[in-house]
Design a binder for this molecule. Structure first.
Ligand SMILES: Nc1nc2c(c(=O)[nH]1)N[C@H]1C(S)=C(S)[C@@H](COP(=O)(O)O)O[C@H]1N2
Ligand SMILES: [Mo]
Length: 235
């Protein structure tokens, strides 16, 4: 792991990991190093037969009831100094925002229940940030633009929304969560927050938004999740 990388884990996780190594024996070391097996490793803790159905690295719950998820083992840390969000594709003006640029734009607060398809839920979580629709207006959606494709600086996760979904006032490019800057573990400094949909839609470590002519299914959507992840099923 290089110096600017860190394990995508809560601060206390290394201790838990050592405990696990102790429990499982030295032979488990290779298993724990493999990215996709972190979920299986969590499953071992709970019940040998019951593995995280998303196959994700679901780690120990934090005190707020969340679980930290990442489909990759380590994600670089980005700060004020090196964070950038690019908006391109079918736009009139491609844009690049620094963290300071995003903070300077009008901020919106959305409070909603967060729900993962794995079954956990956290009630009334405040998120704050820039409305995605404001950024779309800034860039200008060009003729033929129908959907958005989101990229993350973890290098792997992607997400999608239709333009109509993206223009809702409860869809944010979020800078704050639980009344504090979004932590690295929760996808900071900037994550997407799609309040009316399952939390897999809320891409962490957001780095790019591309306007596309059709919906390009995201990471979990290519693996069977609904591209329309509405929490209430209607719409
Ligand atoms: N980049 C990235 N974003 C992601 C994920 C991920 O693995 N990588 N997991 C998704 C899923 S399934 C959930 S439930 C939430 C979890 O967010 P949290 O780790 O802040 O609790 O992030 C979503 N966004
Ligand atoms: Mo999830």
């Amino acid at each position: 792991m290089s110096e600017n990388e860190s394990e995508n884990m809560p601060g206390g996780a290394p201790v838990a990991r050592r405990t696990l190594l102790g429990m499982l024996g030295a032979g488990a070391a290779g298993l724990i190093a493999a990215p996709y097996l972190q979920a299986g490793w969590e499953g071992l803790l709970a019940k040998a037969s019951q593995v995280d159905p998303t196959g994700l690295a679901g780690l120990l719950p934090d005190p707020g009831g969340f679980r930290y998820y990442s489909v990759v083992r380590s994600v670089p840390r980005k700060s004020e100094a090196d964070y950038e969000l690019k908006i391109d594709g079918l736009v009139d003006r491609a844009r690049t925002y620094t963290l300071a640029d995003l903070h300077a734009l009008p901020q919106t607060r959305v409070v909603h229940d967060v729900r993962c398809t794995d079954g956990w839920r956290v009630e009334k979580v405040p998120f704050e940030g820039v409305k995605l629709s404001d950024l779309l207006d800034d860039a200008g959606v060009a003729a033929g633009g129908k959907a958005l494709s989101f990229d993350c600086f973890d290098g792997t996760y992607t997400e999608s929304l239709t333009l109509e979904q993206a223009r809702r006032s409860d869809v944010l490019v979020a800078l704050r969560m639980q009344d504090a800057p979004i932590t690295h573990e929760h996808g900071g400094p900037v994550r997407l927050y799609v309040a009316p949909m399952y939390f897999y839609k809320s891409a962490k470590w957001l780095s790019g938004i591309s306007v596309t002519s059709r919906v390009i299914p995201g990471y979990w959507e290519e693996r069977g999740y609904d591209v329309d992840g509405w929490l209430d099923g209607k719409h």
